[in-house]
Design a protein around this ligand. Structure first.
Ligand SMILES: [Fe+2]
Length: 304
């Protein structure tokens, strides 16, 4: 990793600032531009020969025990394996993720779109993912519409730990980091159950397909939420902004890093598409997060 940039988040905005912030969000399709925002884009790394952009971010967590300082998580979201995202592309995503040599891989739902036929092939390819402490998954709304139990079983057969309203803990030297996961927001997400037993002061990462969980997560001392679902809007039309996800809440937590209270969130644009097999000014991403001990915040990690 090279240099890093910090991104100040304006908390006390004047009414005029609020309006321009709102307009800016609308035009940029939910991407918030802070003072150093232009350089934030520099965190996106694309190498010739690689299909997907890797978005590298550093996130500081107050509660992170020092033994976990530098823990790296690769997140892949909204795969939607099928006609729009064929096997070859998914295989490329897996190879890119493995090359990052992550500690944890987080798969944040929507493995398929409409068809049960795509479940086993997707799981077979995802079974090739390798991470030091494991590969974890939560289910998205499309997985529930297709067959949640079939998706769960297929992933588990490939040694991918599907976190359905439960958590696991990683322990080192007497310190623990908790990784929790909930079912999709509209299909039985039970955060209370997922975090039951986690000490309130502990560092907790929550995998949740839909970023709407942020409000609940902020009331349960979650340190960081990893989400997808929005596809970043998928189509980001100049001047108009994104077509999908126009409600205020969806505009707020649509792309990238944000926070609510002490809970931070990262919303991945994902790698797949729905409705149409295209994206506009909203490229697919594989996310590479580095967690650091310290005052809450985010910076773009320069490409290594
Ligand atoms: Fe999706």
């Amino acid at each position: 990793m090279g240099n890093s940039l910090t991104f100040p988040v304006p908390e006390n905005l004047r009414p005029g600032d609020r309006l321009s912030r709102m307009v800016g969000r609308w035009r940029s399709g939910g991407i918030e531009h802070y003072a150093a925002g232009a350089r934030h884009q520099g965190a996106e790394r694309w190498r010739s020969g690689e299909r997907f952009i890797v978005n590298q971010e550093r996130i500081w967590l107050d509660a992170l025990p020092s033994v976990f300082n530098g823990l790296r998580i690769v997140q892949i979201s909204d795969i939607h394996h099928g006609l729009f995202l064929p096997k070859e592309w998914l295989l490329e995503a897996v190879q890119q993720a493995n090359r990052l040599n992550p500690d944890i891989i987080a798969l944040t739902g929507d493995f398929v779109t409409y068809s049960r036929r795509n479940i086993d092939p997707a799981a077979e390819i995802l079974g090739r993912l390798r991470a030091r402490y494991g590969v974890f998954a939560v289910l998205g709304n499309h997985d529930f519409r297709v067959d949640a139990d079939a998706v769960t079983q297929a992933l588990r057969r490939r040694r991918i730990d599907v976190l359905r309203n439960r958590h696991i803990s990683l322990g080192f030297g007497g310190s623990s980091l908790y990784l929790a996961g909930v079912d999709d927001y509209g299909y039985g997400a039970d955060l209370r159950r997922a975090v039951r037993g986690i000490p309130p002061e502990a560092a907790t990462i929550l995998m949740a397909h839909n970023p709407r969980i942020i409000r609940l997560a902020s009331r349960h001392n979650v340190s960081l939420v990893l989400s997808g679902h929005t596809h970043g809007g998928q189509f980001n039309v100049p001047l108009l902004g994104t077509i999908y996800g126009r409600s205020p809440e969806r505009l707020r937590y649509k792309i990238g890093w944000d926070k609510l209270g002490t809970t931070q969130i990262y919303v991945s644009r994902g790698i797949g598409t729905i409705v149409l097999p295209w994206r506009l000014r909203c490229p697919a991403e594989i996310t590479h997060l580095e967690l650091l001990e310290g005052a809450a915040g985010v910076s773009a990690a320069a490409a290594d």
